[in-house]
Design a protein around this ligand. Structure first.
Ligand SMILES: [Zn+2]
Length: 241
């Protein structure tokens, strides 16, 4: 069968999970092997058949995977067990945790926390990674602003999109190796170049094009509308930790 025992909570398995085959706690489960056919199917569905799920701000995956939200059928390509995980928010904090996949992962196991309205952009980032066959390692997503001693939260003039969950910082891993800030700015890696060109073509902003170069940064230009930004800023910074 060729599976691998892994932590179910921290990994997504395209071919699904089987319980009862691994030593350790109940979360250590067998991640079934996704062979080349399985991988190419997954990529094809992602690009051609998953649009309904993406419009619902969800992610398609085998329904034996963890879903911090609810699975919905009929929104994804592939067999009936491949379903749309639509994230739900908890408490007053509207942010969601974007599911880790083999193409988009949090660096050092960190959670990718974004605003629900940025999930569509995360799906674009994932599709670009699939298309260009690179892994995107997210080094930074939502950031909580440092609290002043007075306790009152002041909106900074810079209006960073990280403070509202509408931005990520990343490094790219391609077949040629690791592409860091310097490599991204130079577009010296073909896979990384493909990825950057694709997300720009898909309407996202890349920090390498900013006046103050920030080549690890991607956002959706949410701070273009100051009124909208300030309203979300107050909610998110007050409600989320
Ligand atoms: Zn950034």
């Amino acid at each position: 069968m060729g599976g691998t025992c892994k932590d179910w909570k921290a990994n997504t398995c395209d071919a699904g999970w089987k319980k009862g085959l691994c030593l350790g706690d109940k979360y250590r489960r067998c991640c079934l092997r996704c062979d080349s056919t399985c991988n190419s199917n997954e990529n094809w569905w992602d690009i051609n058949r998953d649009s309904q799920c993406k419009r619902a701000s969800g992610v398609c995956k085998h329904n034996s995977n963890r879903c911090e939200g609810t699975y919905q059928g009929g929104k994804c390509g592939g067999p009936s067990e491949r379903q749309c995980c639509v994230p739900t928010s908890t408490g007053g904090c509207p942010l969601v945790v974007y599911p880790q996949t083999s193409y988009v992962r949090g660096y050092n196991g960190q959670a990718i926390r974004v605003h629900p309205d940025f999930v569509g952009s995360m799906n674009k980032i994932k599709s670009a990674a699939v298309w260009c066959d690179v892994k995107v390692w997210v080094t930074h997503s939502f950031r909580k602003q440092g609290q002043p001693l007075s306790g009152a939260i002041v909106i900074p003039a810079s209006r960073s999109n990280h403070l509202v969950g509408h931005a990520i910082d990343m490094n790219v891993q391609s077949a040629h190796g690791w592409c860091n800030s310097k490599c991204l700015q130079a577009k010296s890696d073909k896979g990384a170049e493909c990825f950057i060109n694709r997300i720009i073509a898909d309407g996202l902003r890349w920090g390498g094009n900013f006046n103050r170069k920030d080549p690890v940064h991607i956002d959706d230009y949410y701070n273009r509308d100051i009124g909208q930004y300030d309203s979300v800023f107050r909610t998110v910074q007050n409600q989320c930790n």
